[in-house]
Write a protein that binds this ligand. Structure first.
Ligand code: SF4
Length: 331
């Protein structure tokens, strides 16, 4: 066993923030090595302690599918990928039914997810109607395009409980979004008193530990409620086809290393899509899905998990299931 890895693990478990070089070392271990399993075990222990052994199910509701001009090239909605050539927007009645179903099934947070074409005004109206239809205090989370401080205050006024926002791998190179604008959106949400969920995504086999480490440090510095690891589901015909996906066995090592790297203030650790390996390695937030999904090539997701399927993963991997509103989106 490489003793320098053990030293880094113990430093993280003590609650000390790791350096960039130390995070890169964790992300660089060989798959299936003793060091990788030591990182799994440590990441699991770390996130379990920070969350009293509880895991959550967050629910994604995709509101629309459209040829999106932001052209994030890993996304099936990106215009450049040619998967969706027409705009499909789900009627509010379907969105409300999905929200009620997911709430009744025991989800801990409800994400309303849009393309950049949905419109910020329309989103506020949809969010208000969904909130009015819910019977519990389940937080409604906005996963939408970039916004500024004024809009952040409007989100807060309609009772949005959280914002999911990320500076993605390859931002500005493989997307028409700008990393500094994405950072400012996160800051605007936090300044408006809205907690922010985050993830290191979308990870493919070609991403170097250095790139991943930089986003880990950014998430840590921004003060997000949770981070984690999401793998890219490669869109057929996209620029990433030559690389394909990474296996969940590797993503699990990243999930653990990300938990150790983001440190004790970033309590939650998510993984997407749901995976027992990532749960065993310490991920304690995973998603159920309805509606549109940027990994699917059909308007209604065919790959989304149900709330009970995600809860089964928690059972299989010895996590306790958190009941009630998410602990990460408390305003
Ligand atoms: S990730 Fe979002 S902004 Fe980017 S192309 Fe897909 S829908 Fe558009």
């Amino acid at each position: 066993m490489d003793q320098s890895i053990i030293k880094i693990i113990n430093k993280a478990l003590d609650g000390t923030l790791l350096t960039r070089a130390e995070i890169i070392q964790l992300l660089s271990v060989e798959n299936l090595s003793p060091e990788s399993f030591a990182i799994w075990q440590a990441g699991r222990q770390f996130t379990s302690l920070l969350n009293d052994g509880f895991a959550e199910v967050h629910a994604h509701i995709g509101l629309d599918a459209a040829p999106c001009p932001m052209n994030c090239q890993y996304c099936s909605f990106a215009e450049i990928n040619g998967v969706f050539t027409e705009k499909v927007t789900y009627p509010i009645e379907k969105v409300i039914q999905d929200a009620r179903d997911l709430e009744a099934a025991g989800a801990n947070a409800l994400y309303l997810v849009t393309t950049a074409l949905y419109g910020h005004r329309a989103f506020l109206e949809t969010a208000a109607q969904v909130k009015a239809a819910l019977v519990t205090d389940i937080p409604v989370v906005a996963n939408i395009s970039d916004f500024g401080p004024d809009y952040a205050r409007e989100l807060a006024e309609v009772g949005i409980g959280g914002v999911y926002h990320v500076i993605r791998l390859g931002e500005g190179t493989y997307t028409n979004c700008k990393a500094d604008v994405r950072v400012r959106t996160i800051e605007a949400a936090l300044d408006a008193g809205i907690p922010v969920g985050n993830c290191i995504e979308p990870i493919g086999p070609e991403h170097a530990p250095e790139e991943i480490a930089d986003l880990i440090l950014m998430a840590r510095d921004l003060g997000v409620a949770f981070s984690g690891a999401m793998r890219r589901t490669t869109v057929p015909g996209s620029v990433f086809q030559e690389y394909g996906d990474i296996p969940y066995g590797r993503l699990a090592t990243y999930a653990s290393a990300i938990a150790l790297g983001t440190g004790p203030e970033v309590k939650g650790n998510c993984s997407h899509e749901p995976s027992q390996l990532c749960a065993q390695a310490g991920a304690n937030i995973m998603w159920a899905s309805r509606g549109t999904d940027p990994r699917d090539t059909t308007p209604e997701t065919t790959r989304g998990y149900t709330v009970s399927q995600v809860q089964d993963i928690w059972w299989e991997t010895d996590w306790k299931v958190w009941k009630g509103p998410s602990r990460y989106y408390q305003r």
